[in-house]
Design a binder for this molecule. Structure first.
Ligand SMILES: [Zn+2]
Length: 274
């Protein structure tokens, strides 16, 4: 019996079961018929076309539709975390013909001498490689980042490019380790590689900071100061980490968000050294 049962008194028996919001009910019924699609990693990807800046051949790489990404948080070392997908896995552009690879931000035109060095030292020995799946695993991402790092060294790329590639390789290795038990030999091996990457990233960013013009790898001076400070803390160089965090805290031009992270870092170091 609904609220309209009394209407029978008026001879309106037919209205007894009428819904107050008929339309809403219909919408709800339709909505429940069409299941909401749960987004998967491959839904964020597409094949982007490139022409290799070393061998001039055309190729495609899986690339991420950035407009679909939703940032969840940023780790202390500024690594961004997104819903559903880790787009960082796809951040190396890699030619399957000659092997030339670079972090997408650093995939630019090259000088003739750089092309020559890459052809001789990478292309001459490189075996064609193509990924067969519609997504990239952390294993593959690690290899692509290692190839990009080797190319950045062979072409004598900027310190910032080498440092940035090391940082991202370190992040990929950390993700790869997440599912491996601590006592497994692979865990121990990757753990050493991560430390090596982070140390190289730290050294390279410090060199770049004093010798290159900003923005460096898309970072302004404040963001990079914070990143160097965070890496310093991680690697036990507390003195430098505190000095750089202090520079941010006392600079009136630094945005509040960065200042806050610098204050957190400083108090964390003070806390740890107690
Ligand atoms: Zn190529």
């Amino acid at each position: 019996m609904g609220i309209f049962s009394d209407l029978s008194k008026f001879g309106l028996d037919e209205l007894q079961n009428v819904e107050v919001y008929e339309e809403k009910k219909t919408e709800k019924a339709q909505a429940s018929k069409t299941p909401v699609k749960v987004l998967e990693e491959k839904d964020f990807l597409y094949e982007k076309e490139y022409t290799c800046v070393v061998c001039d051949q055309k190729f495609t790489n899986l690339s991420v539709r950035n407009n679909k990404l939703r940032l969840v948080k940023q780790d202390q070392d500024l690594r961004p975390r997104y819903e559903v997908i880790d787009p960082l896995k796809y951040d190396v552009v890699s030619c399957p013909h000659c092997g030339y690879s670079a972090i997408s931000k650093c995939y630019n035109a090259l000088a003739g001498v750089q092309r020559k060095m890459l052809k001789e030292k990478i292309g001459a020995n490189f075996q064609n490689s193509t990924y067969m799946e519609d997504t990239i695993t952390y294993d593959e991402a690690v290899l692509r980042h290692k190839l990009a790092l080797a190319c950045s060294i062979v072409k004598q790329g900027k310190n910032s490019e080498r440092a940035y590639t090391c940082l991202k390789l370190g992040w990929m290795l950390e993700s790869l380790m997440e599912d491996i038990p601590d006592n497994n030999w692979k865990h121990v091996k990757y753990s050493k590689e991560v430390e090596e990457c982070m140390q190289n990233a730290y050294d390279g960013f410090k060199l770049a900071f004093s010798s290159e013009e900003f923005p460096i790898c898309g970072m302004n001076e404040h963001t990079m100061t914070l990143l160097i400070a965070q890496l310093g803390r991680r690697l036990g160089d507390d003195e430098n980490a505190k000095r750089m965090a202090g520079m941010l805290i006392t600079n009136r031009n630094v945005p509040d968000r960065i200042k806050e992270l610098a204050r957190d870092l400083k108090s964390q170091i003070d806390e740890e050294s107690k």
